[in-house]
Design a protein around this ligand. Structure first.
Ligand code: GLC
Length: 627
């Protein structure tokens, strides 16, 4: 990008001088901006409304990728068009960026997406296990490496910002976003925030706490979300109300943000939910007094999708009320995402009328510009095409396969002490593979994959469990796959053993709220049908623990919780066929019945089926009797 300041005006373009200090550049640029341009920077819009003029003339600050997918979600598309290549993505985003660079001050946009388990909207990208599976690994180094790999794939497509990590401490599996949390345990979540250093790069020793950090062009702007208490709502209701003391809010839900800030996380997303009836999007005490002043956060606070629209409005109030309440509370960037003209008009009215002080606007814009300068977007606004080959690369898929291996939790292995069922025999004569999730990449990946809610089927490139079994066994072994086998198959054939793969359909957010939590698709009955006839390993693909019928569990020979492993299903077979050992530990409590919920470690009435931290190591044997 040529520096548009001629020598004559160069003195007037301090902000374009990359050798200047960040804060000097921020103040210089801010001093040049009009109110309209400042308001534009605080606006996050949909791609479909991101016209050239909107970006250029209104100096729009950030364009949101995933919401675009949400918009074209109905078409099943997940990018510029269905199965677009990384290069197509980069072309699209660079076109938007070039519009921004033609604006009066040439301020680049931030392009953002929900890369929450890999670059999960891009066809062919590596899809890592969702956070609940990573929590089972307890491996901070692994999670940091996953962050770094994700950052490469995201930047390869031109995207600058990932709305990740979700650092919710999920306290109730009825919540539809339970799988986006690393754990019910605050300390485990704190340990897993190493993903921030992976995404953004590791700040140098002495980096000031709370000050944003992005190492370079191979890294992204990260976003710790959703501040604060999203995982602690009553009955796990999505966007609900967390009813708890300030000390419990700080101890359980806020602590992971301390680690994110110490790693220089650049943005924090407000939660839709409330704390003791106060909507976070308009909570000055938590967004400003606590996060910005007490904890020292100097990046920017972004609203959630139409988060300000969901503020409870007094009778007769309107959108201006929402804007005024949220911006004055401490929201710096608003994920509008469609009606940006209305947002800009109202925001400017509120400033000119004195309802929102210019000092609040300047603070918000300073924070946004700070992140843009630190991310190097003024020097390198366009995509580094040399990264394109990293998307879905072999090395990243190997990393994902390692994560799958380490995420598996062995809950049962053998019906009799000292007689383990696993590892399976690769040279078995005949294997039955059954279940709704044995050959379904979409279910394996879960929500936030190719589309917002995710879906069944061959949604991207990867290896299903059935594919992996076929690759793992010897040539003499016969594999019979029947999603829902009928009883008569057992009369016709005798099997060495069966692998039954059951689990949940894909879901996201409120769609996943569920107070029944039974194994869907008749999974429990299928397991009993097979396990009473053939030695059986059950693999469960789910975003959370589900009710396990005591009688069913007694019948199976082995049971593995695989969470939502992503594209590299072979990682599961690496372990069940004995190439690697089981190391995973439950990151959450496995309840017996839903009437026990919420049920977390340390609760007085603690009577779980399997406690937090349970996991048979290696190929340990435990005859787990169910009372
Ligand atoms: C969603 C989610 C948030 C996501 C945002 C943009 O509603 O709450 O996690 O980053 O919108 O897609």
């Amino acid at each position: 990008m040529s520096n548009r300041c001629s020598d004559f005006v160069k003195a007037d373009c301090i902000y374009k001088n990359q050798n200047e200090q960040i804060e000097v550049r921020v103040r210089d640029l801010l001093s040049k901006m009009t109110l309209n341009e400042k308001a534009g920077q605080m606006t996050q819009i949909e791609r479909t409304v991101a016209t050239h003029s909107a970006i250029k003339d209104l100096s729009i600050g950030i364009s949101l990728l995933i919401s675009l997918n949400l918009l074209i979600l109905s078409g099943g598309g997940s990018g510029p068009f269905d199965k677009a290549s990384p290069c197509d993505w980069a072309d699209m985003i660079d076109a938007f960026q070039n519009s921004a660079l033609q604006s009066r001050l040439g301020i680049p946009i931030i392009y953002a997406t929900d890369a929450v388990h890999g670059h999960n909207n891009v066809f062919g990208a590596t899809i890592f296990p969702h956070n609940i599976g990573l929590g089972a690994t307890r491996d901070a180094d692994l999670v940091q490496r996953i962050g770094a790999a994700t950052a490469l794939e995201v930047r390869a497509t031109g995207v600058h910002c990932a709305f990740a990590p979700c650092v919710a401490v999920a306290r109730d599996p009825r919540w539809g976003r339970y799988y986006e949390s690393f754990s019910e345990d605050t300390e485990i979540v704190r340990n897993m925030t190493s993903v921030v250093a992976g995404l953004q790069g590791l700040p140098p020793a002495g980096h000031p706490n709370g000050y944003p950090y992005v190492a370079g062009r191979n890294n992204v702007i990260a976003c710790a979300k959703h501040f604060v208490g999203d995982g602690g709502t009553d009955k796990g209701i999505n966007e609900g109300n967390a009813i708890l003391s300030l000390s419990d809010l700080e101890k359980i839900h806020m602590a992971p943000y301390l680690d994110c800030l110490s790693q220089g996380v650049s943005t924090v997303m407000a939660t839709y939910s409330s704390w003791n009836g106060s909507k976070l999007h308009s909570d000055y005490y938590l967004l400003t007094t606590t996060l910005k002043e007490k904890m020292g956060f100097q990046g920017f606070v972004i609203s959630d999708w139409e988060g300000i629209d969901r503020l409870s409005q007094p009778h007769g109030s309107d959108y201006r009320y929402c804007i005024s309440e949220s911006i004055n509370a401490g929201v710096d960037m608003v994920m509008v995402p469609f009606r940006y003209e209305k947002f800009l008009e109202d925001l400017i009215f509120l400033v000119e009328s004195g309802d929102i002080p210019m000092s609040r606007i300047d603070d918000a814009v300073e924070r946004i510009l700070r992140v843009k300068f630190i991310a190097g977007l003024f020097e390198h606004p366009l995509t580094d095409r040399s990264l394109l080959d990293t998307v879905g690369s072999k090395i990243h898929r190997e990393l994902a396969r390692e994560a799958v291996r380490k995420s598996l939790v062995l809950l049962k292995n053998g019906k009799h002490p000292n007689k383990p069922f696993l590892p399976l025999d690769r040279s078995a004569r005949r294997i039955l593979v059954a279940g709704s999730h044995a050959d379904d990449l979409g279910y394996q990946c879960g929500g936030w994959t190719m589309t917002w809610h995710g879906s069944s089927g061959n949604i991207t490139t990867g290896t299903t469990i059935l594919d992996a079994i076929k690759e793992a066994v010897g040539g003499e072994t016969e594999i019979i796959y029947q999603k829902y086998p009928s009883p008569d198959i057992f009369a016709a054939k005798d099997f060495s053993f069966a692998v039954v793969v059951v689990g949940e359909a894909a879901y996201a957010e409120a769609l996943g709220d569920n107070s029944v939590l039974e194994i869907p698709f008749g999974g429990s009955d299928l397991i009993s049908l097979v396990a009473t006839r053939v030695p059986t390993l059950v693999i469960m693909i789910s975003g959370r623990p589900l009710v396990l019928d005591p009688g069913m569990l007694e019948k199976v020979d082995a049971f593995v919780a695989a969470w939502l492993p992503g594209t590299e299903g072979a990682g599961i077979l690496d372990v069940v066929f004995g190439e690697s050992e089981f190391v995973g530990l439950l990151p959450v409590t496995w309840f017996r019945r839903v009437d026990q919920l919420p049920l977390n470690a340390g609760d007085h009435s603690h009577d779980p089926l399997f406690p937090l931290g349970f996991g048979l190591k290696k190929f340990g044997v435990e005859n787990h009797s169910i009372e």
